[in-house]
Structure formats: structure tokens, C-alpha cells
Design a protein around this ligand. Structure first.
Ligand SMILES: Nc1ncnc2c1ncn2[C@@H]1O[C@H](COP(=O)(O)OP(=O)(O)OP(=O)(O)O)[C@@H](O)[C@H]1O
Length: 233
């Protein structure tokens, strides 16, 4: 579904992403882990054509993301608050995003009902602009706006970082359920080894721009990763 070929991104003469080859299959849940500066967000940004590589390419369903717009119809992502529109309320933003996928206001309202627990009474009908929400609540808006689009590919950059433990658990359950029901391809970066090993079938470990481990998650994966990171300190 996504193929990365000979991808190199350089900042200040230093390669910050260097991936000769990577294939991500339809329906896989991928956890991207690695210490600060390992290159996770830079890789995300190249997959989304937000920045261009010095060399190599990213293909989505066989099409180079830098030369095609088609992938945007089935890909949803939330990397940071920059993906939101500050001067809208969450409702206005959801209606706007849903309208891009041709969803009516009534349909969107019905979909939003499903996220009542996840929102925990802090998002809808609060008469607040997105810019005035806490970081965690902004993250909730970003994640739900992705899910409203029913994407084939979902990319979330550190979605667990600012949300409370109840929301983390709800998010994990939501992602598990959607993956089972819709066979969505999900790529999640996180520093939380518990969460990623909990929900991701496959873990990619990045170090200095390279993918140094590509692991099918099993009962030993968390310990394996903890050992790697404890030696790194
Ligand atoms: N616009 C930029 N200009 C210069 N260097 C950059 C730029 N963007 C990223 N970098 C560098 O690229 C490297 C990888 O950064 P990136 O944000 O991808 O890492 P990360 O794995 O997402 O880190 P974190 O876990 O801290 O979010 C870092 O050394 C970072 O300083």
C-alpha cells in the first residue's frame, strides 16, 4: 500500500532519514518508535508530501505522492495542531472536514455521537474556538476529524502524548475496533512502548534516520524494545 524507496532527507549536511526500502501493507497497524530526533516526524512528512526528499520516493498504491493527488482522497493524518483551523469551533471544523468527504451535517452529527465518551464532555457545545482548547483536547479534535473521513490510511504522530489515561485507553480501543472493521492501514509514532506494542502488529524502530528493527509484535516485543532503549541511555 505504501512503499518507500531509497528515501534520503538531509538537513545541514546530515542525513536525518535514510531508508533504502520499506513496504507497508493494507490493513497493517505500524508503530514507529525511536528516540528524539530519530526521524519519525520527518518520515511522516515525506509520506504526506509536506516536505520533499533529496533522493528517493514514497509510493502510495503505486503512485508517487509527490506527483499525484489521488492518495489525499484516502489518507487522513494528524501530526500536530497545525493541522487544525484555530478560528473555528470543533463543530465548525468537523462539518468542514466532513463536507470535503461529501458528508452531510446530519450524517456528521450522527458520527460525532459515537465519540461522546472519547470527547468526555470537553469538545462539543462548549462555545470555544479550537485555539482555546488544551493540547490534549486539540488532539481529540484532530484524531476524530481523521476518523470522520473513514480513511484507508491513518497517520498519527504521537497521539498519546498529551491525552489523559482514560482517553489513551479509549483511543486504543477505537483504533483496534476500526482496524478490525475497516481494515484501515494505521501508522502511529509514539514514545509509549506499552501503547504501541498493545495496538500495533508491527513495530519499526528508527535510529538516526534509519530503520534498524522491523518487528512483528509478539509477547516479547515490549521487553525487546525496553532493553534496546535502556542500553541507549
Ligand atoms: N526543518 C528542519 N531544519 C533542520 N533540521 C531539521 C528540520 N526538521 C527536522 N530536523 C532535524 O531532523 C532530525 C529528525 O527530526 P524529527 O522531528 O523527524 O525526529 P523525531 O523522531 O520525530 O523526534 P521526536 O521524537 O523528538 O519528535 C532532527 O535532528 C531534527 O533536528
Amino acid at each position: 500500500m505504501i512503499e518507500v524507496k531509497k528515501l534520503i532527507k538531509v538537513y545541514n549536511d546530515v542525513p536525518v532519514v535514510n531508508i533504502p526500502e520499506l513496504s507497508i501493507n493494507r490493513g497493517e497497524t505500524i508503530g514507529l518508535v525511536g528516540n528524539n530526533g530519530a526521524g519519525k516526524t520527518t518520515l511522516f512528512r515525506m509520506i504526506l508530501d509536506l516536505i520533499r526528499a533529496e533522493r528517493g520516493e514514497v509510493l502510495s498504491k503505486g503512485e508517487n505522492v509527490a506527483h499525484s493527488e489521488t492518495w489525499k482522497n484516502y489518507t487522513a493524518s494528524y501530526l500536530d495542531e497545525g493541522f487544525l483551523i484555530d478560528y473555528l469551533t470543533p463543530e465548525e471544523y468537523f462539518y468542514f472536514i466532513a463536507s470535503l468527504s461529501g458528508l452531510s451535517k446530519a450524517h456528521t452529527d450522527a458520527e460525532l455521537e459515537k465519540y461522546n465518551d472519547f470527547f468526555n464532555g470537553e469538545i462539543l457545545n462548549k462555545k470555544k474556538y479550537i485555539r482555546d482548547l488544551s493540547k490534549g483536547n486539540q488532539c481529540k479534535v484532530g484524531v476524530v476529524s481523521c476518523l470522520l473521513q473513514e480513511p484507508e490510511i491513518l497517520m498519527l504522530d504521537e497521539p498519546f502524548a498529551n491525552i489523559d489515561p482514560s482517553t489513551q485507553i479509549r483511543l486504543k480501543n477505537m483504533l483496534r475496533q476500526i482496524n478490525q472493521e475497516k481494515n484501515m492501514t494505521t501508522i502511529i509514532s509514539s514514545h509509549d512502548l506499552n501503547h504501541v506494542t498493545d495496538i500495533c502488529q508491527r513495530i519499526l524502530l528508527m535510529e538516526k534516520g534509519k530503520i534498524i528493527k522491523d518487528i512483528q509484535t509478539d509477547s516479547n516485543t515490549k521487553e525487546e524494545l525496553e532493553e534496546y532503549f535502556s542500553v541507549m541511555q
